[in-house]
Design a protein around this ligand. Sequence first.
Ligand code: BG6
Length: 484
Amino acid sequence: MPLSLVIFGASGDLTSRKLIPAMFQLFRKGRLPAGTQIIGSARTPFSDDAWRQALAKTTQEFNGKHFDQAAWDKFAPAIHYHAGDINTASDFEGLHKRLTELEGSAGATRVYYLATAPHTYEEIVEQLGASGLADEVHGPRRIVIEKPFGTDSASARHLNEVVHSVFHEQQVYRIDHYLGKETVQNILVLRFANTIFEPVWNRNYVDHVQITVAEEVAVGRRGSFYDETGILRDMFQNHLLQLLTITAMEAPVRYEAEAVRDEKVKVLSAIRPMAPETVAGATLRGQYLGYRNEPGVKPDSQTATFGAVRLAVDNWRWHGVPFYLRSGKAMSCRTTQIVVQFRQPPHMVFDSQPDHACDADQLVIQIQPAEGIQLHMQTKVPDAGMKLRQTDLEFSYSREFKGVMPEAYERLLLDVFQGDASLFARADEVELAWGIIDPLVSAWQKQAQPPLEIYEPGLWGPTSAAEWMDKQGRQWFDSCPVLS
Ligand code: BG6
């Protein structure tokens, strides 16, 4: 069946930087159904041609030397623009008419993509419902909703209610672009298509897990949004908790949306809720020096740009294994990695080793910038008696598979078109995730605990972060990308 992708927020950054380049790549790879149309909508008036030209320019910037003009010329006629205001019912009726004309009697699978500011989501959903645009008479109707999905449990629940008053849950795709990254999906393959990792993937062998999303960039032009949001809502509720669920979940019975999401929901339900008095000991927060001078940021802002959180997963597999989640802006480098830190060998037989100790094994799953996996393990140094040294086994995507790695949005858009919601958050999943984050946000704001520490840009966050780990007998994996 042909496809219509309707983008609300067509004049925004997400559309030009991510959605259109992803659609163009899918077109070049021949992955879009015949008769695919893209209809952008926003308030600014544009003709179809003017919008196509603007997008040609931004896509060219994005693709750089890989931009293929001839392919673009074939792709561009599928792009249309329809000016409209989300508060005006007649504009939705106009959009309905335009879509019906474009699709003709064949109908189409229609995907509505909300690339607008989050406060507009409810209005758009209600207008889609009222104008009949959500009716599935002439083909399936789906809706894609960008993060943030609410700002706490209550608002997420309310938004879910509004969405469900118009769409069934099976029509709803709550996007988290981290799930579109190849290595994140590869964690599922690593764990559930190999037998050798499962026996050690538990409390008997794993000491702890570290999940780090470090960004070198500061908040830049997003100061006013960020100052209201902060690191917990911007990164932890979604990306970091998603990475945790994929790392900690049980094997689903099959790779299918409900089965995968049922397992992720079980992990979120097993995370020990944090009582207000425990937040100070189990979290750290920081703000980079200079943040308060960023445009749009309050001069006395208490917003955290760095956070570290220790979570306990209370189930048979993970009881007693801390999960350390950490993220920050203006850090040493851009790296996203999951480190599974194994236990020390129970007894060291090599006397040559000082203190009879050695670094325990680590599995480093690097999600970006380069993607791949490294297993750090002990080896014998040649010609030096029984001296040991840590070395590694490595799998790198770019070395193993030639070609440009696909952007997360390519994979995710294709899944929406094919009706596969495995990599999208379900209603209960987002609500549970907010339930984990809400008490932290509240303790940080209301009790000002733990204290907000100012850190120098270009480091691994506040200096106390290392002491905090040290007291727990552990160390942060403060390494810039191990794979390049
Ligand atoms: C977004 C956050 O969801 O993810 C940004 O709002 C952050 O603050 C971005 O910079 C990071 O995404 P990526 O894919 O660049 O790691």
